[in-house]
Design a protein around this ligand. Structure first.
Ligand code: ADP
Length: 265
């Protein structure tokens, strides 16, 4: 069984290639769970609806996107609706049977949000505000996904989780994929993104062990740092190997043979 995650840029520019690549291996890999991203499309629909993106700055100076209730609604609509169903349709079109769920279904992904957060306002003063609707995954319940895999479905998961009070939460797709891979003891975790793999000191890295992965993750840029850290931690937690590779090529799952991308094992 393998878990594949594709970020929004790779997926939306190459939905046909990714869907075909998944569908053609649906019967041979012992089951595929596919987690998608799509944050850029959420932003596009939010602005179409007149919702301005909001950012907050933490006391340590880190600026991050803030999901308020209005934006959460758009997040759920676009992730669970538009993107999830387009992916399911595309995979089905290539002859596999797939089912689209979100982490809310089952429930599959349980997360926690911070109810209050400290921010620094425009005048440089610290303020406590209502936490946004972004959550950290705390557990994965695999019942629903396992049943669907047993029935032969490719399971397409939107990165939305259930919070402790039953609220929907925006969760990071990479973290969702890694958590599902660990909980299901996947053989492989494949992160498809818009670059060939992890670059360090001007070269593309081939094979790393998990400790090397964690060390390099602390020295590289945003986006890839988290992916590499999650890949390394997943391998430490029992996933046999994790690959970070290019999702924009014609057959992205060909990276499973180890011939491209960055492999952690
Ligand atoms: P996705 O949306 O595909 O999941 P992210 O934006 O989270 O991807 O992470 C991938 C991005 O990480 C790349 O597009 C690249 O710009 C950035 N990045 C930062 N540092 C590195 C690095 N050392 N090697 C490769 N990519 C890096």
């Amino acid at each position: 069984m393998i878990v594949v995650k594709a970020g929004g840029r790779a997926l939306l520019s190459n939905i046909t290639g990714i869907a075909n690549s998944i569908a053609s291996r649906a019967k041979t890999l012992g089951g595929i769970v596919f987690v998608h991203g799509g944050g850029d499309l959420v932003s596009e629909y939010s602005s179409r609806l007149g919702i301005e993106p909001k950012f907050v700055t933490s006391p340590t100076g880190i600026r991050s996107r803030y999901t308020d209730l209005d934006e959460l609604e758009v997040y759920v609509m676009v992730m669970c609706g538009k993107i999830n169903k387009e992916v399911v349709s595309a995979i089905n079109r290539f002859g596999a049977n797939s089912v689209g769920i979100s982490g809310i279904d089952g429930p599959t992904l349980l997360a926690e949000r911070k109810k209050k957060i400290v921010i620094v306002d425009e005048r440089g003063r610290k303020r406590v505000i209502e936490g946004g609707y972004t959550g950290q995954i705390v557990s994965v319940k695999t019942g629903l996904v396992s049943r669907l895999l047993e029935e032969g479905y490719v399971v397409v998961v939107a990165p939305v989780a259930t919070g402790t009070e039953g609220e929907a939460l925006n969760v990071d797709g990479d973290s969702a994929a890694a958590a599902i891979a660990v909980e299901l003891r996947a053989e492989r975790l494949l992160f498809l993104t818009d670059v060939e793999g992890v670059y360090y000191e001007d070269r593309l890295l081939g094979t790393l062990n998990p400790d090397q992965g964690l060390e390099i993750a602390s020295k590289i840029g945003p986006g890839m740092n988290r992916k590499l850290m999650l890949a390394a931690r997943a391998v430490k937690s029992g996933v046999a190997s994790a690959i970070i590779s290019n999702g924009t090529i014609p057959d992205p799952l060909s990276a499973l043979d180890g011939s491209r991308g960055t492999l952690v094992r």
